[in-house]
Design a protein around this ligand. Structure first.
Ligand code: AMP
Ligand code: MG
Length: 403
């Protein structure tokens, strides 16, 4: 059976066949899109020397402790006032420094007597204080936001300051979802007669939206080979990049998916990975003239399905778009954990920052049966319990993936 790393790498190689286009979107619609160009600073930032405090602008001279007030400069005033070492102007945060000024004295450090500004006893000034220099944040023509950044409000702030009202981003992958199972009913129904609600369409749809890809819901279908065949054909006939199915990939009598995928012309790349939950992962490629579709057959179990999505699909999409993944962290285990197989376990867990110790501690979130949706819902990370280990000891450092 393939190890997690082997399976991951095979999938990654196949991702390289996917194609993406570059599209232009308005900056307001760019949230969580992946930038397909560098955004360049079209001005110096800040564009002029300005004050970072409300106060008084002076020409620094260690001998001088008081100045004549000759005016004021609000932000944006475009003032032509200039000063010498005996004069000062009141200046607001963000206002351009008057000619001759190199230093700002904050309001709270001076006493004002009519038109005389005096440095308070004990207040100190150093040359250049509270001045934001032209271009100190970003120089004209330098890269403000790098290609392959997933645009967050902090990046959009800078892009807006550079006047980038439209930006080039990669078009999102179109990702289909098809659930299979005789027991499934719509979530608006009260499940009766051994049925269960088809929740995977919802978790996967929103997991896809969460990484700003484009979900297409093909609903769910009974475990009848002819129905599955028909549904698969119609899904694969659309211009999807990725199709995710759930259910029907285990070894049960009604787990038809593998055979039917072959029947409709998909190439099986692998089946089963040495992990828990999510072992029966099926990975196929459906080759078409225009573009190939990667197919992930995830187990039907909602917990396994989301583990499979997070580990193999989401992370590979991030890799494809060169997005830095900084979701792995180390935490101190708060309890012993045991397992009696040589699979890699992904344990739904809850990590918490321990202020006094300056580290994260982590404990598992409820029972780890693959049916435990409540434990999953209460978790905030997946703890990695490696293949070769049978015990993780309390107090040990473990690797976790933030969710
Ligand atoms: P399977 O992978 O088809 O053997 O299904 C494994 C378990 O997941 C069974 O208990 C199913 O009832 C459940 N299951 C399958 N599909 C779904 C779904 N779409 N939503 C929620 N649970 C499901
Ligand atoms: Mg089933």
């Amino acid at each position: 059976m393939l190890s997690y790393d082997e399976a991951y790498n095979i999938i990654r190689n196949n991702f390289s066949f996917l194609k993406t286009e570059i599209i232009e979107v308005g900056l307001l619609n760019s949230l969580n899109h992946i930038l397909a160009e560098d955004i360049i600073a079209d001005i110096n930032m800040p564009p002029f020397d300005n004050s970072s405090m409300d106060g008084y602008a002076v020409m620094f001279n260690p001998e001088i402790m008081q100045w004549n007030l000759i005016g004021e400069i609000p932000a944006g005033a475009n003032s032509k006032v200039s000063i010498n070492d005996n004069s000062t102007v009141e200046i607001m945060t963000g206002a351009r420094l008057p000619a001759g000024a190199d230093t700002i004295i904050p309001l709270e450090d001076v006493a004002v007597e009519k038109n005389l500004i005096k440095l308070k006893d004990g207040a100190k000034i150093s040359k250049g204080q509270y001045v934001r220099r032209t271009g100190e944040d970003l120089k004209l023509n330098s890269i403000a936001v790098h290609k392959y950044t997933m645009l967050r409000p902090k990046n959009i702030s800078l892009a807006a300051a550079c006047g980038a009202s439209k930006v080039k981003v990669f078009s999102p992958f179109k990702m289909g979802i098809l659930a299979t199972g005789d027991e499934l009913v719509d979530i608006n129904e009260k499940p009766e007669n051994d049925s269960i609600r088809a929740s995977n369409n919802y978790s996967l749809f929103t997991a896809i939206k969460d990484i700003n890809m484009l979900p297409v819901d093909f609903g769910f279908v009974n475990d009848k080979p002819e129905f599955i065949n028909e549904k698969l054909k119609s899904a694969l006939g659309t211009n999807l990049d990725i199709l995710i199915t759930t259910g029907g990939v285990s070894v049960g009598k009604y787990d038809y998916l593998r055979n039917i995928l072959e029947e409709v012309g998909a190439k099986i790349i692998f089946w089963k990975v040495n992990i828990k939950p999510g072992k029966p992962l099926l990975f196929c490629v459906y080759e078409k003239k225009e573009k190939s579709i990667l197919i992930f057959g995830l187990p039907g179990n909602p917990v396994s399905a989301l583990v499979g999505f997070n580990l193999f699909i989401k992370r590979n999409i991030f890799d494809y778009f060169n997005i830095k993944q900084d979701d792995t962290f180390r935490a101190v285990l708060s309890e012993d954990l045991h397992k009696d197989d040589s699979r890699r376990h992904l344990v739904w867990a809850f990590a918490k920052y321990e202020k006094e110790k300056g580290t994260y501690s982590v404990r598992k979130s409820g029972r780890q049966s693959s049916g435990n949706m409540a434990g999953m819902s209460n978790a905030n990370c997946l703890l990695i319990f490696e293949e070769e280990k049978d015990t993780l000891h309390k107090g040990e450092m473990v690797q976790c993936i933030r969710l």
